[in-house]
Design a protein around this ligand. Structure first.
Ligand code: PLP
Length: 481
C-alpha cells in the first residue's frame, strides 16, 4: 500500500470503529483484538488468507441492505439497478480471469456453490428431460403422480467424489453431509503406497458405479490433479465432471495451474470459494459451460435466496485484483513457498503425506512425533502457530483426533514471507512437536487430546515468530487510533 492509501485506510478504520463503539463497544474491541491477534500469529491455515483493505471495505456498505433475488435484469424486487452493475461486473471479471463461458457469483459460500452445482446438474440432466418427456414446461405443470415419480428420479442419482481422508471435502459425498444423503454416493481414495491419486483406480470405480456426477477437487490433497484425465473418465461413463477448486482457485487465477491442471477448460461445472488462495471476500462462485449456464442461473430460487450484494461487490474488487499482473507473482510465490516449507520439514526428518507438495499446502503426518493431530494443533497454538488438524489417508485416529496437520502458504505469502522464512517456520514447528509429549486422561490413561509442551518452548517459538512477523507486517501502515 502507498503511504497515502495507508493513511486513508487507517483513518477509515479508526473512524468506523468509533462508530461501532458508540453502539456496542465490545464488538469494536473484539474487532481491534482480532487484528492484533492476526498480526501476532503465524497463520498457516491452508484455507485462509488476508483480503486487501479495498475488498474488506467494500463489504461494509449499504449494498448489504438491498434485496435482489433473481438475476441481472430479471429481479423479483424493484430498485436493483446498482446491484445489477455489481453482479455483472463480478461475473465479467470471473469469466475473463478464468476463461469461463459463464460465471454465477451469487453463492454465499463454497457449500452453497456446491449445492447450486449439484441441483443445476440434476436440473439439466434429470429434470429437464423428464419435463420434456411429460410435455410440461416446469414442475408446477406436473400432476401429483408425475411429480412424485420425478422426485424419485431426482433422488436416485449417483455421485462419485474423493473421500474425506484422502483430502476430499465434506460436500463431495461424505455421508453425514447433504451431498452424501441426496445422492447414492461412492468415494475414490488415493494409492495406499504413495498417497497419490490413481486415475486407473478412479476410472475402474467410475465404470462400475456409473455416476451421474464425478467430483474432482480437494481440501487437503497436497498435489496437482490432471483434470483432462478426470474428464476422460467422466466422458467414458457419461458423467458430468464437476471440479471444486475452492482451495486452489488462486493458483488457477495466477496461471500456476495451466493446461491439464486448469479445471476450467475440462470440467462442465467448476465451483469455488473466493476467500482462500483467491484472496477475496468470504463467498462462493460457480463457473460453467454454456450448456449448464441456464440451470446454474437458477441457483436462486433453486437453492439460494437473496444474494449478498455487498459481498458480490467485494468479489468484483477481489477479481479485479486477481487480474493484475502482480497476482501471478503472488500465486507463483504461494507454490514456491509450499516447496520451501515441505523441504524444510523433509530435511528435518518429518513425514509428509505423498512425500511433498506441488500446490499450496502440505500435510504433515505427526505420528512420528508420537502425537495425534489434535495434540499437535494445540501445542502449536500455544506457541502462536495457527494450523488445523487433518486426517491422513486411512487415519487410525479418525476425523476428530486425526494424525495430521494441514499447513498452507497463501496467508503468510500475502504478508511477504519467502523461502527463508518458510524454512524457519518448518524449523519452529519441528521444535514445538519434538518438545511435546502426549498427556494422560484424568484417570491416568493415554489421552489423544492432552499434551505436555516442554518448559519455555512456547515462549522461545513465539519470540522467534515475532521476529519473522515484524519483518512482514500485516496491513503495513494501518494504524488504529
Ligand atoms: N469446497 C472445498 C474444497 C473446501 O475446502 C471448502 C471449505 O473448506 C468448501 C467447499 C466450503 O466452503 P465454505 O466454508 O465457504 O462453505
Amino acid at each position: 500500500m502507498s503511504d497515502d492509501l495507508s493513511r486513508l485506510t487507517s483513518s477509515a478504520y479508526s473512524q468506523a470503529l468509533e462508530v461501532i463503539a458508540a453502539v456496542e463497544p465490545r464488538i469494536a474491541q473484539a474487532t481491534r483484538q482480532e487484528l492484533a491477534d492476526q498480526r501476532a500469529s503465524l497463520k498457516l491455515i491452508a484455507s485462509e488468507n488476508y483480503a486487501s483493505p479495498a475488498v474488506l471495505m467494500t463489504m461494509g456498505t449499504w449494498f448489504s441492505d438491498k434485496y435482489a433475488e433473481g438475476t441481472v435484469g430479471h429481479r423479483f424486487y424493484a430498485g436493483c439497478q446498482n446491484v445489477d452493475t455489481v453482479e455483472s461486473l463480478a461475473a465479467e471479471h470471473a469469466r475473463e480471469l478464468f476463461g469461463a463461458e459463464y460465471a454465477y457469483v451469487q453463492p454465499h459460500s463454497g457449500i452453497d456453490a456446491n449445492l447450486v452445482a449439484f441441483w443445476s446438474i440434476l436440473a439439466h440432466r434429470v429434470e429437464s428431460p423428464a419435463l420434456e418427456r411429460l410435455g410440461a414446461k416446469n414442475v408446477s405443470e406436473l400432476t401429483e403422480a408425475d411429480w412424485e415419480s420425478l422426485r424419485k428420479e431426482l433422488g436416485n442419482q449417483r455421485l462419485l467424489g474423493m473421500s474425506l481422508d484422502a483430502g476430499g471435502h465434506l460436500t463431495h459425498g461424505f455421508r453425514p453431509n447433504i451431498s452424501g444423503k441426496m445422492f447414492h454416493q461412492q468415494q475414490y481414495g488415493t494409492d495406499p503406497a504413495t498417497g497419490l491419486l490413481d486415475y486407473d483406480a478412479v476410472a475402474a470405480k467410475a465404470r462400475e458405479f456409473k455416476p451421474l456426477v464425478l467430483v474432482a477437487g480437494y481440501s487437503a490433497y497436497p498435489r496437482r490433479v490432471d483434470f483432462a484425465k478426470m474428464r476422460e473418465i467422466a466422458d467414458e461413463v457419461g458423467a458430468t465432471l464437476m471440479v471444486d477448486m475452492a482451495h486452489f482457485a488462486g493458483l488457477v487465477a495466477g496461471k500456476v495451474f495451466t493446461g491439464n491442471e486448469d479445471p476450467v477448460p475440462h470440467a462442465h461445472v467448476v465451483t469455488t470459494t473466493t476467500h482462500k488462495s483467491l484472496r477475496g471476500p468470504r463467498g462462493g462462485m460457480v463457473l460453467a459451460t454454456e450448456e449448464y449456464a441456464p440451470s446454474v442461473d437458477r441457483g436462486c430460487p433453486m437453492v439460494l435466496g437473496g444474494p449478498l450484494s455487498h459481498v458480490m461487490a467485494a468479489k468484483a474488487v477481489a477479481l479485479a485484483e486477481a487480474r493484475q499482473d502482480s497476482f501471478r507473482g503472488y500465486a507463483q510465490q504461494v507454490a514456491d513457498n509450499a516447496q520451501s516449507l515441505a523441504q524444510g520439514f523433509l530435511s528435518r526428518g518429518a513425514d509428509l503425506v505423498t512425500g511433498g507438495t506441488d500446490n499450496h499446502l502440505v500435510l504433515l503426518d505427526v505420528s512420528r512425533f508420537g502425537l495425534t493431530g489434535r495434540q499437535a494443533e494445540s501445542a502449536l497454538l500455544d506457541a502462536g502457530v495457527v494450523t488445523n488438524r487433518n486426517s491422513v489417508p486411512n487415519d487410525p485416529n479418525g476425523a476428530w483426533y486425526t494424525s495430521g496437520i494441514r499447513l498452507g502458504t497463501p496467508a503468510l505469502t500475502t504478508r511477504g514471507f519467502g523461502h527463508d522464512e518458510f524454512d524457519r517456520v518448518a524449523e519452529l514447528i519441528v521444535d514445538v512437536l519434538s518438545s511435546t509429549q502426549p498427556g494422560t486422561t484424568k484417570a491416568g490413561g493415554p489421552s489423544k487430546a492432552s499434551y505436555v509442551l516442554g518448559d519455555g518452548v512456547a515462549d522461545k517459538v513465539r519470540a522467534a515468530s515475532a521476529e519473522l512477523l515484524d519483518k512482514h507486517p500485516l496491513y503495513p501502515g494501518l494504524e488504529l487510533s
